[in-house]
Design a protein around this ligand. Sequence first.
Ligand SMILES: NC(=O)c1ccc[n+]([C@@H]2O[C@H](COP(=O)([O-])OP(=O)(O)OC[C@H]3O[C@@H](n4cnc5c(N)ncnc54)[C@H](O)[C@@H]3O)[C@@H](O)[C@H]2O)c1
Length: 364
Amino acid sequence: MQKTPKKDRYRIGVIGAGAIGLDHIRGFQLHPAAEVVAVADTSAERARQAAEEFGLPEAVLDYAKILSRDDIDVVSIALPNYLHAPVALQALRQGKHVLLEKPMATSGRDAALLVAEARKQRRLLMVGQNLRFDPEVQTARQLVTRGVLGDVYHAKTSWSRRSGIPRIGSWFTQRKFSGGGGLYDIGVHALDRCLYVVGDFDAAAVSGSTFAKFGPQQRGDGDWGKSEIDPRRPFDVDDLAVALIKLRSGRTVLLECAWACHQPLADVNGSHLFGTEAGLSLPNLQVFRNGENGYVTEAIRPLPPLVHPNRMHHFIDCLLGEATPFVPMEESLAVQRILDAIYRSAQTGREVRLPAPPARRAKP
Ligand SMILES: NC(=O)c1ccc[n+]([C@@H]2O[C@H](COP(=O)([O-])OP(=O)(O)OC[C@H]3O[C@@H](n4cnc5c(N)ncnc54)[C@H](O)[C@@H]3O)[C@@H](O)[C@H]2O)c1
Protein backbone atom coordinates (compact mmCIF):
# COMPACT_ATOMS: atom_id res chain seq x y z
CA MET A 1 0.00 0.00 0.00
CA GLN A 2 1.07 3.56 -0.58
CA LYS A 3 2.90 5.37 2.19
CA THR A 4 1.91 8.91 1.22
CA PRO A 5 0.22 11.01 3.91
CA LYS A 6 -3.46 10.24 4.29
CA LYS A 7 -6.02 12.91 3.53
CA ASP A 8 -9.61 13.37 4.66
CA ARG A 9 -10.96 13.86 1.15
CA TYR A 10 -9.87 12.67 -2.27
CA ARG A 11 -10.45 14.51 -5.52
CA ILE A 12 -10.89 12.34 -8.58
CA GLY A 13 -10.63 12.72 -12.34
CA VAL A 14 -12.30 10.04 -14.44
CA ILE A 15 -10.78 9.37 -17.88
CA GLY A 16 -13.20 7.79 -20.33
CA ALA A 17 -16.90 8.57 -20.16
CA GLY A 18 -18.14 5.50 -22.02
CA ALA A 19 -20.34 2.74 -20.65
CA ILE A 20 -18.12 1.87 -17.69
CA GLY A 21 -16.68 5.33 -17.05
CA LEU A 22 -20.12 6.46 -15.91
CA ASP A 23 -20.15 3.55 -13.49
CA HIS A 24 -16.83 4.80 -12.07
CA ILE A 25 -18.27 8.28 -11.47
CA ARG A 26 -21.39 6.81 -9.86
CA GLY A 27 -19.29 4.53 -7.65
CA PHE A 28 -17.00 7.29 -6.36
CA GLN A 29 -19.91 9.61 -5.70
CA LEU A 30 -21.29 7.10 -3.18
CA HIS A 31 -18.28 7.73 -0.95
CA PRO A 32 -18.56 10.70 1.43
CA ALA A 33 -14.79 11.35 1.22
CA ALA A 34 -14.65 11.32 -2.59
CA GLU A 35 -15.32 14.15 -4.99
CA VAL A 36 -15.26 13.63 -8.75
CA VAL A 37 -14.05 16.99 -10.06
CA ALA A 38 -13.41 16.31 -13.75
CA VAL A 39 -14.10 13.92 -16.57
CA ALA A 40 -12.17 13.52 -19.83
CA ASP A 41 -13.31 11.98 -23.09
CA THR A 42 -12.26 12.58 -26.69
CA SER A 43 -15.96 12.64 -27.47
CA ALA A 44 -17.03 16.15 -26.42
CA GLU A 45 -20.63 14.97 -26.37
CA ARG A 46 -19.97 12.11 -23.94
CA ALA A 47 -17.76 14.25 -21.68
CA ARG A 48 -20.39 17.00 -21.53
CA GLN A 49 -23.25 14.58 -20.92
CA ALA A 50 -21.36 12.87 -18.10
CA ALA A 51 -20.56 16.21 -16.46
CA GLU A 52 -24.19 17.27 -16.73
CA GLU A 53 -25.65 13.99 -15.48
CA PHE A 54 -23.36 13.79 -12.44
CA GLY A 55 -22.95 17.51 -11.74
CA LEU A 56 -19.19 17.57 -12.37
CA PRO A 57 -17.47 20.97 -12.52
CA GLU A 58 -15.23 20.19 -15.51
CA ALA A 59 -15.38 18.18 -18.74
CA VAL A 60 -12.29 18.09 -20.95
CA LEU A 61 -11.29 16.45 -24.22
CA ASP A 62 -7.63 15.95 -23.34
CA TYR A 63 -6.90 13.75 -20.33
CA ALA A 64 -3.52 15.51 -19.92
CA LYS A 65 -5.49 18.39 -18.40
CA ILE A 66 -6.58 16.07 -15.60
CA LEU A 67 -3.10 14.66 -15.07
CA SER A 68 -1.55 18.14 -14.78
CA ARG A 69 -3.95 19.31 -12.05
CA ASP A 70 -2.21 19.31 -8.66
CA ASP A 71 -5.53 19.26 -6.81
CA ILE A 72 -6.49 15.87 -8.30
CA ASP A 73 -5.28 12.91 -6.21
CA VAL A 74 -6.89 9.99 -8.00
CA VAL A 75 -7.28 9.10 -11.64
CA SER A 76 -9.78 6.46 -12.65
CA ILE A 77 -9.19 4.98 -16.08
CA ALA A 78 -12.04 3.56 -18.18
CA LEU A 79 -10.51 3.69 -21.64
CA PRO A 80 -10.10 1.16 -24.48
CA ASN A 81 -7.54 -1.46 -23.43
CA TYR A 82 -4.58 -0.19 -25.50
CA LEU A 83 -4.64 3.06 -23.50
CA HIS A 84 -4.69 1.48 -20.02
CA ALA A 85 -0.94 1.14 -19.51
CA PRO A 86 0.25 4.36 -21.19
CA VAL A 87 -2.30 6.58 -19.43
CA ALA A 88 -1.85 4.82 -16.08
CA LEU A 89 1.92 5.20 -16.37
CA GLN A 90 1.64 8.93 -17.05
CA ALA A 91 -0.80 9.30 -14.16
CA LEU A 92 1.50 7.49 -11.73
CA ARG A 93 4.44 9.61 -12.90
CA GLN A 94 2.36 12.69 -12.11
CA GLY A 95 1.86 11.34 -8.59
CA LYS A 96 -1.75 10.17 -8.95
CA HIS A 97 -3.29 7.10 -7.35
CA VAL A 98 -4.77 4.99 -10.14
CA LEU A 99 -7.85 2.81 -10.37
CA LEU A 100 -7.61 0.99 -13.66
CA GLU A 101 -10.09 -1.04 -15.68
CA LYS A 102 -9.27 -4.59 -16.65
CA PRO A 103 -7.22 -5.89 -18.36
CA MET A 104 -4.34 -4.19 -16.56
CA ALA A 105 -2.44 -3.73 -19.85
CA THR A 106 -2.06 -5.38 -23.22
CA SER A 107 1.20 -7.10 -22.28
CA GLY A 108 2.87 -8.46 -19.18
CA ARG A 109 5.80 -6.15 -19.88
CA ASP A 110 3.62 -3.04 -19.67
CA ALA A 111 1.85 -4.37 -16.58
CA ALA A 112 5.24 -4.86 -14.90
CA LEU A 113 6.19 -1.25 -15.74
CA LEU A 114 3.03 -0.07 -13.99
CA VAL A 115 3.76 -2.07 -10.85
CA ALA A 116 7.34 -0.76 -10.77
CA GLU A 117 6.18 2.85 -11.20
CA ALA A 118 3.48 2.54 -8.52
CA ARG A 119 6.12 1.22 -6.11
CA LYS A 120 8.56 3.96 -7.06
CA GLN A 121 5.98 6.72 -6.65
CA ARG A 122 4.39 5.06 -3.59
CA ARG A 123 0.97 5.34 -5.07
CA LEU A 124 -1.99 2.97 -4.93
CA LEU A 125 -2.56 1.17 -8.21
CA MET A 126 -5.51 -1.19 -8.37
CA VAL A 127 -7.25 -2.98 -11.20
CA GLY A 128 -10.99 -2.88 -10.60
CA GLN A 129 -11.73 -6.62 -10.72
CA ASN A 130 -15.33 -6.18 -9.66
CA LEU A 131 -16.17 -9.90 -9.37
CA ARG A 132 -13.95 -10.11 -6.27
CA PHE A 133 -16.41 -7.81 -4.50
CA ASP A 134 -19.26 -10.31 -4.86
CA PRO A 135 -20.21 -11.58 -1.37
CA GLU A 136 -20.27 -15.17 -2.69
CA VAL A 137 -16.70 -14.81 -3.96
CA GLN A 138 -15.60 -13.33 -0.63
CA THR A 139 -17.34 -16.20 1.21
CA ALA A 140 -15.71 -18.79 -1.06
CA ARG A 141 -12.31 -17.26 -0.39
CA GLN A 142 -12.97 -17.48 3.34
CA LEU A 143 -13.99 -21.16 3.11
CA VAL A 144 -10.74 -21.95 1.30
CA THR A 145 -8.70 -19.95 3.82
CA ARG A 146 -10.38 -21.81 6.70
CA GLY A 147 -9.37 -25.09 5.10
CA VAL A 148 -12.94 -26.34 4.56
CA LEU A 149 -11.95 -27.80 1.17
CA GLY A 150 -8.68 -29.30 2.39
CA ASP A 151 -5.95 -29.03 -0.21
CA VAL A 152 -7.35 -27.45 -3.38
CA TYR A 153 -5.57 -29.25 -6.20
CA HIS A 154 -7.66 -28.38 -9.25
CA ALA A 155 -10.15 -25.73 -10.38
CA LYS A 156 -12.12 -24.92 -13.48
CA THR A 157 -13.46 -21.52 -14.32
CA SER A 158 -15.44 -20.13 -17.19
CA TRP A 159 -17.39 -17.25 -18.61
CA SER A 160 -19.12 -18.13 -21.85
CA ARG A 161 -21.92 -16.42 -23.69
CA ARG A 162 -24.07 -17.70 -26.49
CA SER A 163 -24.13 -14.31 -28.15
CA GLY A 164 -22.17 -11.66 -26.29
CA ILE A 165 -19.55 -9.95 -28.45
CA PRO A 166 -19.47 -6.30 -27.40
CA ARG A 167 -20.03 -4.03 -30.40
CA ILE A 168 -18.61 -5.91 -33.40
CA GLY A 169 -16.48 -3.46 -35.41
CA SER A 170 -15.71 -1.23 -32.42
CA TRP A 171 -12.35 -1.03 -30.62
CA PHE A 172 -13.32 -4.20 -28.69
CA THR A 173 -12.92 -6.41 -31.77
CA GLN A 174 -9.78 -4.83 -33.28
CA ARG A 175 -6.56 -6.13 -31.80
CA LYS A 176 -4.69 -2.84 -32.22
CA PHE A 177 -7.13 -1.20 -29.77
CA SER A 178 -8.17 -4.11 -27.54
CA GLY A 179 -4.98 -6.20 -27.50
CA GLY A 180 -7.19 -9.30 -27.34
CA GLY A 181 -10.78 -10.47 -27.55
CA GLY A 182 -13.03 -12.37 -25.16
CA LEU A 183 -10.01 -13.54 -23.17
CA TYR A 184 -9.06 -9.96 -22.24
CA ASP A 185 -12.68 -8.94 -21.81
CA ILE A 186 -14.36 -11.70 -19.79
CA GLY A 187 -11.70 -14.42 -19.51
CA VAL A 188 -9.73 -12.03 -17.29
CA HIS A 189 -12.66 -11.94 -14.85
CA ALA A 190 -13.11 -15.72 -14.75
CA LEU A 191 -9.38 -16.30 -14.25
CA ASP A 192 -8.90 -13.57 -11.66
CA ARG A 193 -11.88 -14.75 -9.60
CA CYS A 194 -10.71 -18.36 -9.61
CA LEU A 195 -7.08 -17.66 -8.67
CA TYR A 196 -8.28 -15.25 -5.99
CA VAL A 197 -10.55 -17.87 -4.39
CA VAL A 198 -7.85 -20.56 -4.65
CA GLY A 199 -5.29 -18.04 -3.32
CA ASP A 200 -2.56 -18.95 -5.79
CA PHE A 201 -1.38 -16.79 -8.70
CA ASP A 202 1.98 -18.41 -9.35
CA ALA A 203 1.74 -20.05 -12.79
CA ALA A 204 4.56 -22.25 -14.07
CA ALA A 205 3.22 -23.35 -17.46
CA VAL A 206 0.32 -22.49 -19.73
CA SER A 207 -1.19 -24.18 -22.78
CA GLY A 208 -3.94 -22.42 -24.66
CA SER A 209 -5.92 -22.24 -27.86
CA THR A 210 -8.03 -19.43 -29.26
CA PHE A 211 -10.73 -19.39 -31.93
CA ALA A 212 -12.68 -16.82 -33.91
CA LYS A 213 -15.70 -18.60 -35.39
CA PHE A 214 -18.50 -16.08 -34.92
CA GLY A 215 -17.11 -12.52 -34.98
CA PRO A 216 -15.48 -12.65 -38.43
CA GLN A 217 -18.90 -13.58 -39.85
CA GLN A 218 -20.54 -10.73 -37.89
CA ARG A 219 -22.42 -13.29 -35.81
CA GLY A 220 -22.70 -13.40 -32.03
CA ASP A 221 -23.05 -9.74 -31.16
CA GLY A 222 -24.24 -8.93 -27.65
CA ASP A 223 -26.04 -6.10 -25.91
CA TRP A 224 -23.07 -3.90 -24.86
CA GLY A 225 -24.04 -1.09 -27.28
CA LYS A 226 -24.57 -1.21 -31.03
CA SER A 227 -22.25 -3.06 -33.40
CA GLU A 228 -20.37 -0.90 -35.89
CA ILE A 229 -19.85 -3.40 -38.72
CA ASP A 230 -17.43 -2.09 -41.32
CA PRO A 231 -15.23 -4.22 -43.63
CA ARG A 232 -12.33 -1.80 -43.03
CA ARG A 233 -12.28 -2.88 -39.39
CA PRO A 234 -11.75 -6.64 -39.49
CA PHE A 235 -12.51 -8.81 -36.49
CA ASP A 236 -9.01 -10.05 -35.57
CA VAL A 237 -9.42 -11.22 -31.98
CA ASP A 238 -10.63 -14.39 -30.25
CA ASP A 239 -14.28 -15.19 -29.56
CA LEU A 240 -13.44 -18.41 -27.69
CA ALA A 241 -10.35 -19.29 -25.67
CA VAL A 242 -9.36 -22.30 -23.57
CA ALA A 243 -6.33 -22.90 -21.40
CA LEU A 244 -4.73 -25.35 -19.01
CA ILE A 245 -2.73 -23.46 -16.40
CA LYS A 246 -0.26 -25.39 -14.26
CA LEU A 247 0.58 -23.57 -11.07
CA ARG A 248 4.01 -23.95 -9.48
CA SER A 249 2.32 -25.51 -6.45
CA GLY A 250 1.22 -28.42 -8.66
CA ARG A 251 -2.40 -27.22 -8.84
CA THR A 252 -4.10 -26.99 -12.21
CA VAL A 253 -6.71 -24.56 -13.49
CA LEU A 254 -8.87 -25.00 -16.58
CA LEU A 255 -10.10 -21.78 -18.12
CA GLU A 256 -12.75 -21.45 -20.81
CA CYS A 257 -14.23 -18.22 -22.08
CA ALA A 258 -16.34 -17.32 -25.06
CA TRP A 259 -17.89 -14.14 -26.29
CA ALA A 260 -20.00 -16.36 -28.53
CA CYS A 261 -20.58 -20.10 -28.87
CA HIS A 262 -23.36 -22.68 -29.11
CA GLN A 263 -24.26 -23.78 -25.59
CA PRO A 264 -27.38 -24.68 -23.57
CA LEU A 265 -27.56 -21.41 -21.60
CA ALA A 266 -27.22 -17.81 -22.77
CA ASP A 267 -24.55 -16.94 -20.19
CA VAL A 268 -22.44 -19.28 -18.04
CA ASN A 269 -20.14 -17.63 -15.53
CA GLY A 270 -18.74 -19.64 -12.64
CA SER A 271 -15.89 -21.44 -10.95
CA HIS A 272 -15.54 -24.90 -9.42
CA LEU A 273 -12.81 -25.86 -6.96
CA PHE A 274 -11.74 -29.44 -6.23
CA GLY A 275 -10.24 -30.00 -2.77
CA THR A 276 -9.17 -33.13 -0.89
CA GLU A 277 -11.97 -32.65 1.68
CA ALA A 278 -14.67 -30.94 -0.38
CA GLY A 279 -15.53 -29.23 -3.64
CA LEU A 280 -17.01 -25.77 -4.06
CA SER A 281 -18.92 -24.10 -6.86
CA LEU A 282 -20.22 -20.65 -7.55
CA PRO A 283 -22.46 -18.84 -8.36
CA ASN A 284 -25.16 -20.12 -5.99
CA LEU A 285 -22.36 -21.06 -3.63
CA GLN A 286 -22.36 -24.75 -2.77
CA VAL A 287 -19.96 -27.11 -1.04
CA PHE A 288 -19.89 -30.84 -1.86
CA ARG A 289 -18.43 -33.43 0.50
CA ASN A 290 -18.86 -36.76 2.23
CA GLY A 291 -21.04 -36.35 5.31
CA GLU A 292 -21.73 -38.84 8.10
CA ASN A 293 -24.83 -40.10 6.30
CA GLY A 294 -23.62 -40.01 2.72
CA TYR A 295 -22.65 -37.41 0.19
CA VAL A 296 -23.76 -33.88 1.06
CA THR A 297 -24.42 -30.88 -1.13
CA GLU A 298 -24.61 -27.85 1.11
CA ALA A 299 -25.91 -24.47 -0.02
CA ILE A 300 -23.81 -21.82 1.73
CA ARG A 301 -25.35 -18.53 2.78
CA PRO A 302 -22.95 -15.84 1.62
CA LEU A 303 -21.48 -13.36 4.07
CA PRO A 304 -23.44 -10.13 4.27
CA PRO A 305 -22.63 -7.69 1.45
CA LEU A 306 -19.39 -5.86 1.95
CA VAL A 307 -19.22 -2.53 3.71
CA HIS A 308 -17.63 -1.29 0.51
CA PRO A 309 -20.45 -1.49 -2.00
CA ASN A 310 -18.17 -1.23 -5.02
CA ARG A 311 -14.55 -1.09 -6.17
CA MET A 312 -14.48 2.72 -6.37
CA HIS A 313 -15.73 3.03 -2.79
CA HIS A 314 -13.21 0.39 -1.71
CA PHE A 315 -10.37 2.27 -3.46
CA ILE A 316 -11.11 5.39 -1.40
CA ASP A 317 -11.37 3.28 1.78
CA CYS A 318 -7.89 1.95 1.00
CA LEU A 319 -6.53 5.49 0.60
CA LEU A 320 -8.14 6.46 3.89
CA GLY A 321 -6.38 3.50 5.52
CA GLU A 322 -9.70 1.82 6.34
CA ALA A 323 -9.19 -1.19 4.06
CA THR A 324 -6.41 -3.12 2.38
CA PRO A 325 -6.75 -3.59 -1.39
CA PHE A 326 -8.80 -6.61 -2.41
CA VAL A 327 -6.91 -6.55 -5.70
CA PRO A 328 -3.15 -6.21 -5.04
CA MET A 329 -1.39 -5.01 -8.19
CA GLU A 330 1.05 -7.94 -8.09
CA GLU A 331 -1.89 -10.34 -8.51
CA SER A 332 -3.15 -8.38 -11.52
CA LEU A 333 0.34 -8.54 -13.00
CA ALA A 334 0.36 -12.32 -12.52
CA VAL A 335 -3.04 -12.59 -14.24
CA GLN A 336 -1.80 -10.44 -17.14
CA ARG A 337 1.24 -12.69 -17.58
CA ILE A 338 -0.97 -15.77 -17.73
CA LEU A 339 -3.27 -14.17 -20.33
CA ASP A 340 -0.23 -13.26 -22.43
CA ALA A 341 1.08 -16.81 -22.12
CA ILE A 342 -2.29 -18.17 -23.34
CA TYR A 343 -2.06 -16.00 -26.45
CA ARG A 344 1.56 -16.98 -27.00
CA SER A 345 0.75 -20.66 -26.61
CA ALA A 346 -2.19 -20.34 -29.01
CA GLN A 347 0.11 -18.70 -31.57
CA THR A 348 2.98 -21.16 -31.29
CA GLY A 349 1.04 -24.32 -30.53
CA ARG A 350 3.36 -24.96 -27.59
CA GLU A 351 3.24 -24.88 -23.82
CA VAL A 352 4.63 -21.58 -22.46
CA ARG A 353 6.69 -21.72 -19.29
CA LEU A 354 6.64 -18.77 -16.92
CA PRO A 355 9.53 -17.80 -14.63
CA ALA A 356 8.96 -17.71 -10.88
CA PRO A 357 8.32 -14.23 -9.45
CA PRO A 358 11.64 -12.57 -8.40
CA ALA A 359 11.11 -13.04 -4.64
CA ARG A 360 10.77 -16.80 -5.09
CA ARG A 361 13.66 -17.07 -7.52
CA ALA A 362 15.95 -15.37 -5.01
CA LYS A 363 15.36 -18.19 -2.50
CA PRO A 364 17.89 -21.04 -2.46
N1 LIG B 1 -15.08 -4.20 -14.99
C1 LIG B 1 -16.05 -4.48 -15.85
O1 LIG B 1 -16.93 -5.28 -15.58
C2 LIG B 1 -16.05 -3.82 -17.19
C3 LIG B 1 -17.21 -3.80 -17.96
C4 LIG B 1 -17.15 -3.18 -19.20
C5 LIG B 1 -15.97 -2.60 -19.65
N2 LIG B 1 -14.87 -2.66 -18.87
C6 LIG B 1 -13.59 -2.08 -19.33
O2 LIG B 1 -13.72 -0.67 -19.34
C7 LIG B 1 -12.98 -0.11 -20.41
C8 LIG B 1 -13.90 0.76 -21.21
O3 LIG B 1 -14.97 -0.01 -21.71
P1 LIG B 1 -16.36 0.67 -22.16
O4 LIG B 1 -17.30 -0.42 -22.41
O5 LIG B 1 -16.72 1.75 -21.20
O6 LIG B 1 -15.87 1.29 -23.56
P2 LIG B 1 -16.50 2.54 -24.29
O7 LIG B 1 -16.06 2.46 -25.70
O8 LIG B 1 -17.98 2.60 -24.00
O9 LIG B 1 -15.83 3.79 -23.57
C9 LIG B 1 -14.51 4.19 -23.80
C10 LIG B 1 -14.50 5.70 -23.81
O10 LIG B 1 -13.16 6.14 -23.91
C11 LIG B 1 -13.16 7.29 -24.76
N3 LIG B 1 -11.80 7.49 -25.26
C12 LIG B 1 -11.15 6.80 -26.23
N4 LIG B 1 -9.90 7.28 -26.38
C13 LIG B 1 -9.76 8.31 -25.49
C14 LIG B 1 -8.70 9.18 -25.15
N5 LIG B 1 -7.50 9.13 -25.75
N6 LIG B 1 -8.91 10.11 -24.19
C15 LIG B 1 -10.10 10.18 -23.56
N7 LIG B 1 -11.15 9.39 -23.85
C16 LIG B 1 -10.96 8.45 -24.79
C17 LIG B 1 -14.16 6.96 -25.83
O11 LIG B 1 -14.60 8.14 -26.51
C18 LIG B 1 -15.25 6.31 -25.00
O12 LIG B 1 -16.22 7.23 -24.54
C19 LIG B 1 -12.42 -1.30 -21.19
O13 LIG B 1 -11.09 -1.51 -20.85
C20 LIG B 1 -13.23 -2.49 -20.74
O14 LIG B 1 -12.48 -3.70 -20.72
C21 LIG B 1 -14.89 -3.24 -17.65
